[in-house]
Design a protein around this ligand. Structure first.
Ligand code: PLP
Length: 465
């Protein structure tokens, strides 16, 4: 029997024995801190390492409640299986994995046709890590082509610029900074949130390497006027001889417009649209890690940007910013194409749109919110608060208490006094989820309202009478 201070002291010092048959939770690794700064001298059993990391990741948000990201959070079990089966294949080893390369080419072909590349064109493209890399590759090609043209004309190549609206994703600004191109960023206008053809007309000049347009902007899901900009550039080509290409950022919209708005001309049907990027991992419905850039014709990619490599066995051509990467997202993209077909994508996207419209309508009905992308073309709902004492930032925090991840932010320059909440509706966000979300957002508003009332009563007790 233990008694007295002396015996207790002895017990504390005695070395604890751990049983070999205990679970990870009974092991020596669960009563001390996980290594964080220095690689431990010795490792630990796989089960313990797995459990420690797995449990820590429980503190992350739940992807199914993440309305912030456009990125896919669910795929079919068969897609998961294929992805696990191909997780060990490095994309860049074309010679070792020729079938994977063939599959990539099939996806590129299907996308070129989906984007209505004219038959006489020899379209090319490549898988990228996401739209970010795809955009860089598209714009680099245009910068090189512009230089080739200028050199051939004996003109200066010192001052390339790129014209786009402030509604572009940050990656466009990154391109300009990283690759030393002057950024001509057109500020937004309140109540429009996209650029206009006139804006573009006043910015372009002989040094413009490309005009960037967005189909499905990150901020409000709207669309720049691609058709009008194409007309403008055709006129300029005729009048001044400047052949300025359009690169369309279809990160989100590239997988929506072809299915829902087949008659809308935003793609290779327009003469000056020479390259398009799309995120496979957004509405392409593949897990994170895949984007695509498609060039209308092989003449749109300068040859000296294509690297021929032979040290992986065989001769391979490569146009990318990085080298090794996973190939299983490419396989998963192909799986979706043949599994869903055109009609399958259309059905899913129609459901997303109906759920998004329903959410927008219900939010408007509360009288608290104003939907700022009233004409919903893409499945995202962007709202601002009409007249409340609390902000969208407080509301976003409040929703987090229930697990909902909803971003609150101010719009870009010239519309930056408008703060919004944005909800991206994905395929696995069904009608009941929308209703649960609406319920929680209403409760969050009521709670914030009463908190604000309490605050103002405390600050101004006369309000009590
Ligand atoms: C319009 C637009 N362009 C580019 C990107 C960057 O795409 P990715 O995340 O695929 O690199 C995004 C991301 O949300 C986007 O919305």
């Amino acid at each position: 029997m233990l008694s007295g201070k002396k015996d207790l002291g002895k017990l504390k010092k005695s070395k604890r024995e751990y049983s070999d048959t205990t679970t990870a939770y009974g092991s020596r690794y669960f009563n001390k801190s996980i290594p964080k700064y220095e690689m431990p001298k010795e490792g630990m059993p796989a089960q313990a390492a797995y459990q420690l990391i797995h449990d820590e990741l429980n503190l992350d948000g739940n992807p199914a409640l993440n309305l912030a990201s456009f990125v896919t959070t669910w795929m079919e079990p068969e897609a998961d299986k294929l992805m696990m089966e191909t997780i060990d294949k490095n994309y860049v080893d074309n010679d070792e994995y020729p079938q994977t390369q063939k599959i990539e080419e099939r996806v590129v072909n299907m996308l070129a046709r989906l984007f209505n590349a004219p038959e006489e064109c020899n379209s090319l493209g490549t898988a990228a890590i996401g739209s970010s890399e795809a955009i860089m590759l598209g714009l680099l090609a245009h910068k090189w082509k512009w230089r080739e043209r200028r050199k051939a004309e004996g003109k200066s190549i010192d001052k390339p610029n790129i014209v786009m609206g402030a509604d572009v994703h940050t990656v466009w600004e990154k391109f300009a900074r990283y690759f030393d191109v002057e950024l001509k960023l057109i500020p937004l206008q309140e109540d429009l949130y996209t650029i206009t053809t006139e804006d573009v007309a006043s910015e372009i000049d002989e040094n413009t390497i490309a005009v960037g347009v967005v189909v499905g902007t990150t901020f409000t899901g709207q669309m720049d006027p691609v058709g009008g900009i194409n007309e403008l550039l055709l006129e300029i080509k005729k009048d001044k001889g400047w052949d300025i290409p359009i690169h369309v950022d279809g990160a989100s919209g590239g997988f929506i417009a072809p299915f829902l708005y087949p008659d809308l001309e935003w793609d290779f049907r327009l003469e000056q649209v020479r390259s398009i990027n799309v995120s496979g991992h957004k509405y392409g419905l593949v897990y994170p890690g895949v984007g695509w850039v498609i060039f209308k014709d092989k003449t749109d990619i300068p040859e000296d940007l294509i690297f021929n490599i032979n040290y992986l066995g065989g001769n391979m051509s490569n146009y990318s910013l990085n080298f090794s990467k996973a190939s299983n997202t490419i396989i998963a993209q192909y799986y979706n194409f043949i599994r869903l077909g055109f009609q399958g994508y259309k059905d899913i996207i129609n459901n997303m749109m109906e759920n998004a419209r329903y959410m927008a309508g219900e939010l408007e009905k509360t009288g608290i919110f104003e939907v700022i992308n009233q004409e919903l073309h893409f499945p995202l709902v962007t709202v601002k608060l009409k007249n409340t004492d609390y902000t969208v930032f407080q509301l976003s925090d409040k929703l987090r208490e229930k697990g909902w991840i909803v971003p609150a932010y101010t719009l870009p320059k010239n519309a930056d006094d408008i703060a919004v909440l944005r909800m991206v509706i994905k395929e696995n966000f069904g009608r009941d989820m929308v209703d649960d979300f609406l319920d929680d957002i209403n409760k969050a508003c009521t709670s914030l309202e009463s908190e604000e009332k309490k605050e103002s009563t405390r600050d101004n007790p006369s309000l009590l009478y």
